[in-house]
Design a protein around this ligand. Structure first.
Ligand SMILES: O=C(O)CC1=CCC(=O)O1
Length: 370
C-alpha cells in the first residue's frame, strides 16, 4: 500500500507526535518548530498527497478530510504508532479534528493551529479547485504570501513548494475543504485540545478557533499577535511555547505514575518537604524518572521494580530500597518474589550487600503486613 511521505526525527522511544501541513505547503512548514519538539517527542511530519514527496494519486476528485485522516492512520500504523499526539495547521488541523472525533482512541492530545471546524462553505473551494484544475498552481502561488503571511514576510521555500504541488491533488484537497464541517461533533472530542490562532490570519481568523475552543470540553485557546495563517513559520517561538506547554504531559503523567507506584502518603510527604532549593530536582524526578521511564510500556512495572531493587542493592541505597520494596508490593511482586530478587543480588552485588538488603526488606514487609 502506498503511504504518505514523511520525515521522522527524535528518539524512537519518545512519545510520538504527528505534525500535519496546510494546503499548498510541505513539511518545511515545521522547520523552525519540529527540531525543538523532537527533543522530547518522536516527531513525524507528514506531507499532503501531491505535496512534498507524497504521491499525487493517494487521493482524487471528491476526496474528504476523512480520506486524508485515513492516510495519516495508515502511515502511523506502518510506523508501529498506535496512539499519538497530533498538531496540524489549517487543513492539517482539520485532519486532527476529524481524527479526534472519529478515532478518539488514537489521539492522546490535539493541537489545532490556524484552522477551523468549517472553511466557510463549499463555494470558495469549489471555485479554487476548478481554477487549479484549469490553470495549474502558478497563478495561485503568486498570491500565497498574502494568504499566508503578514505584509513583508515570506518563506520562499514554502511558496516554491506551493507552486510545485500537483494541481490535481491540490484540487482534491480543496474538495475535502469544501465538504468539511465538524461543528456538530466538536463536543464529542475528549482528547486534551489546544487551539492556536494567528491574530492576523485572514483565512481562519481567531473567531474560527474560538468557536472550536468554546465547543470542545476543556479546550484552551492561544492567540498569537503578529501571526498570520502559517503561524509555525512566521512565529515559531510563540507556537513552540504553546505546543510545549500543551504536549508536555510528562510532568503531569509522571506525578500520576509516581503516586500509583510509591503511594499518595509518600508523594505527599515529598511534596510537603519540597523547598525552592529542591523544587527543580523534584520536578526533574517527576518528568524524567516517572514521566518518561516508568511510563515507558516496553517493560512492565513488575519488571521495572525488579531492576530497581537490584540496582539499589548494588549501590547500597537502603533507604531508597525500603521505599521500593513497598513499591514492588504495589506493583504486584509477592514477598517470595522480592526475596528471590534479593537472593540473586547476593550473587551479583555481594553477600554483605544482600544481607543488609534482606534486613531492610524484612522490616518493610513486616510493617506492611502488620
Ligand atoms: O492557502 C490558503 O488559502 C489558506 C488555507 C486554507 C486551508 C488551508 O489548508 O490553507
Amino acid at each position: 500500500m502506498k503511504l504518505l511521505d514523511h520525515r521522522a526525527e527524535g528518539p524512537t522511544s519518545a512519545p510520538p507526535l504527528l505534525l500535519g501541513p496546510s494546503l499548498g505547503t510541505s513539511s518545511a512548514l515545521w522547520d523552525k518548530v519540529a527540531p525543538e519538539l523532537s527533543i522530547t517527542h518522536r516527531v513525524v511530519r507528514w506531507e499532503l498527497p501531491g505535496h512534498g514527496g507524497s504521491a499525487a494519486d493517494l487521493i482524487g476528485a471528491g476526496a474528504t478530510v476523512g480520506d486524508l485522516a485515513g492516510l495519516v492512520l495508515a502511515l502511523a500504523d506502518s510506523l508501529g504508532i498506535e496512539r499519538f499526539a497530533y498538531a496540524g495547521v489549517s487543513l492539517g488541523g482539520a485532519v486532527g479534528l476529524h481524527l479526534a472525533v472519529h478515532h478518539p482512541g488514537r489521539v492522546d492530545s490535539l493541537a489545532v493551529i490556524c484552522s477551523s471546524a468549517h472553511f466557510n462553505g463549499a463555494k470558495p473551494w469549489e471555485d479554487r479547485a476548478a481554477l487549479v484544475r484549469r490553470e495549474g498552481l502558478a497563478g495561485l502561488a503568486e498570491s500565497a504570501n498574502a494568504r499566508w503571511f503578514t505584509p513583508g514576510f515570506t518563506v520562499p521555500e514554502l511558496v516554491r513548494d506551493h507552486r510545485d504541488a500537483d494541481p490535481g491533488a491540490y484540487a482534491a484537497c480543496c474538495d475535502a475543504l469544501a465538504a468539511f464541517d465538524l461543528r456538530d461533533r466538536l463536543a464529542e472530542i475528549s482528547s486534551p485540545t489546544l487551539l492556536i490562532a494567528g491574530r492576523e490570519d485572514p483565512a481562519t481568523p481567531p473567531v474560527h478557533l474560538r468557536e472550536i475552543a468554546d465547543a470542545v470540553p476543556g479546550a484552551a485557546l492561544v492567540e498569537i499577535p503578529g501571526a498570520s495563517h502559517l503561524a509555525p513559520a512566521q512565529c515559531p517561538e510563540a507556537v513552540l511555547t504553546a505546543l510545549r506547554a500543551h504536549f508536555d504531559g510528562g510532568a503531569r503523567r509522571g506525578m500520576e505514575v509516581r503516586r500509583e507506584v510509591l503511594g499518595d502518603p509518600h508523594v505527599d510527604r515529598a511534596q510537603a518537604r519540597q523547598t525552592p532549593f529542591t523544587a527543580r530536582f523534584q520536578d526533574f524526578i517527576s518528568r524524567y524518572a516517572w514521566g518518561e521511564i516508568w511510563t515507558d510500556p516496553t517493560l512492565t512495572r513488575r519488571e521495572r521494580s525488579m531492576i530497581t531493587l537490584t540496582a539499589l542493592v548494588a549501590h547500597g541505597h537502603y533507604d531508597e530500597l525500603a521505599m521500593h520494596v513497598r513499591a514492588a508490593l504495589r506493583n504486584g511482586l509477592t514477598p517470595e518474589e522480592i526475596g528471590a530478587v534479593l537472593l540473586q543480588t547476593a550473587v551479583y552485588c555481594g553477600v554483605p550487600a544482600a544481607n543488609s538488603a534482606f534486613a531492610t526488606a524484612q522490616r518493610v514487609l513486616a510493617e506492611e503486613e502488620g
